[in-house]
Design a protein around this ligand. Sequence first.
Ligand SMILES: [Zn+2]
Length: 66
Amino acid sequence: MLSVPMRTFPSLFVGQRSVLTADEAPVNSEGSHYVCGACRNDLIRADRAFLRDVVVKCRCGEFNQL
Ligand SMILES: [Zn+2]
């Protein structure tokens, strides 16, 4: 399975996007598998369209986006 690392960025730049935590992220078995850009732990399984409008906060505290 291909795991795609996401890009981390400062929380200052969250802006208009919705923030999800890794624990509350919906599971979409059709999508790609994304991992945290900092610690490489599992973050979310989703398609790209969904990730355009959200940032995912990892359990390590980093904010990730595509
Ligand atoms: Zn992390």
